[in-house]
Design a protein. Structure first.
Lengths: 259, 230
């Protein structure tokens, strides 16, 4: 029992260690994300930011430490619940707790925008097709893609694809949203429309973890910013404090460089 | 040989030739249909993480690809009955041998197709809660199949040509029927020349169809997705 933290965080990483072969990518990450919070992770390329969020939904297994997510425990053995190691089928179910938006969008090119969006809610969750379609059309209208439902992804701009990908995640009603550099593959003039959708729709009332290089955006939306360098979170704090008066030289140098 | 005599020779034996064409076409289509299914299973087996599935699948694929079709045909027709204690008709042996070889090649084609699918597709599917079986069935295999269609059609052309070998175990395909006519008429030159022309025309037609179909395939505008990861 920790008296300083009466409410248990929704996500808690403890000494998470991740290795690719002989390369240590995460070297003991500790991070708490409380329910409803938005945490932005910033840091130089190769610092392990993407790997960190990919560990949260177990796309990447970890080699040491634990990640506690809403009663599930990710350990080097896999995903556990109440001390029981979950089989593949239940790990897949666990992943529906988290939505994920990728840098490269990763829409399914053989399905239309609508097909992309309703695939998982109907196939994985078994929801009614008509009802899911209604909700999809509703969400598409909210992200200004109401007229693109029957279009194939390749016919869309990067910004449109990413907005469709966000809808594809949101329709699963995840408790937590993960964003892995959602605007890094976009042309500069398309970044704004995606950030607006993330800020106005995706993270509203939802716990979110976002890896980003958009510091102004991070300042606007985040309740906490964590700065990563060489596999460690070396500084974290409220946006204003971290971005304007960082404690460490490394953080200050990074912020100065990216501005 | 005058054209009139040539025409009469063909016209008199038209039923024998047509039967041969029918057998050849049937053999090629049935063997290919079996080979597509068996090749896909062998491919998924050789991609499996379970060794008990992977090794037999890989052995099957390599055997199919690396033995001559004539050897396979003779082996299936004369050795299998003794090994398995069942007797097949020549027609069954022919289908088994032809599909054995084609499934080996198709399995490799399928594997290349599946491995060409961007890893991001698999990750996005997993992130949406799909199991391995579901993401293979709904996301990976449909995309891979689209890319494999040219390979499947080309293998069909190869398989069609390979069918001519089954005449050695007395399957009444076009080649075998030609031999029959020659043995009755003692006119090898016009008969075999005509049969060669028939094979040429049929294979050309299929190949042109393949080229046409491949060009008209919907591509969904596959774009290069490269992967930024840290």
């Amino acid at each position: 029992m920790q008296s300083s933290q009466p409410v248990k965080p929704l996500v808690r990483l403890s000494a998470v260690w991740k290795r690719f072969g002989r390369l240590d990518v995460l070297k003991g990450i500790d991070l708490d994300v409380s329910d409803g919070a938005t945490v932005a992770i910033i840091g130089p390329s190769g610092s392990g930011k993407s790997t960190l969020v990919r560990c949260l939904n177990h796309l990447e297994p970890i080699q040491d430490g634990t990640i506690d997510i809403d009663g599930f425990l990710i350990t080097p053995r896999g995903v556990e619940k109440n001390g029981r190691l979950l089989p593949q089928r239940e790990v897949a179910k666990f992943r529906t707790l988290l939505g994920m938006v990728f840098q490269q969008f990763n829409l399914f090119p053989h399905l239309t925008v609508l097909g992309n969006i309703i695939e998982a809610p109907t196939g994985v969750l078994g929801r009614d097709r008509a009802e899911v379609t209604d909700e999809a059309m509703d969400l598409l209208a909210k992200v200004n893609l109401g007229d693109k439902a029957n279009t194939y992804p390749a016919q869309l701009s990067g910004g449109q694809q990413q907005r469709a990908a966000i809808v594809r995640s949101l329709i699963m009603h995840p408790k937590i949203m993960l964003f892995d550099e959602p605007t890094s593959a976009l042309d500069p003039e398309l970044i704004g429309e995606v950030l607006k959708v993330i800020g106005d729709l995706a993270i509203k009332g939802r716990t979110s973890i976002i890896v980003t290089h958009e510091l102004a955006f991070a300042r606007d939306i985040a309740s906490k910013i964590a700065f990563m360098d060489a596999g460690l979170i070396i500084e974290e704090g409220p946006p204003d404090k971290l971005l304007t008066s960082p404690k460490l030289d490394r953080t200050r140098a990074f912020i100065a460089r990216i501005r | 040989m005058s054209f009139g005599r040539f025409y009469r020779l063909i016209a008199d034996n038209a039923d024998v030739i047509c039967f041969g064409i029918w057998v050849t076409v049937q053999l090629a289509i049935i063997s290919m249909l079996i080979a597509v299914v068996v090749g896909l299973i062998a491919c998924l087996g050789s991609l499996s993480r379970a060794r008990i599935l992977r090794f037999p699948s890989m052995l099957f694929v390599e055997f199919g690809r690396n033995t001559p079709i004539l050897v396979q045909l003779i082996w299936v027709h004369f050795a299998w009955p003794e090994i398995l204690g069942i007797k097949f008709s020549a027609w069954t042996s022919a289908v088994i041998a032809l599909s054995l070889q084609s499934s080996g090649y198709l399995a490799e084609e399928f594997r290349a197709g599946i491995e060409s699918i961007d890893k991001g597709q698999i990750e996005a599917s997993q992130a949406l809660g799909m199991t391995y079986q579901r993401l293979m069935r709904r996301i990976v295999v449909p995309q891979a199949l689209m890319r494999m269609i040219p390979g499947i059609l080309n293998q069909f052309v190869t398989c069609f040509k390979s069918t001519s070998i089954v005449s050695v175990i007395a399957v009444p395909d076009l080649m075998y029927q030609a031999g029959l006519i020659v043995s009755m008429t003692f006119l090898p030159m016009p008969v075999y020349s005509f049969v060669a022309l028939l094979y040429f025309l049929m294979v050309m037609m299929i190949a042109l169809g393949v080229r046409f179909a491949t060009r008209r395939l919907p591509q969904f505008g596959y774009f290069n997705q490269h992967h930024g990861r840290e």
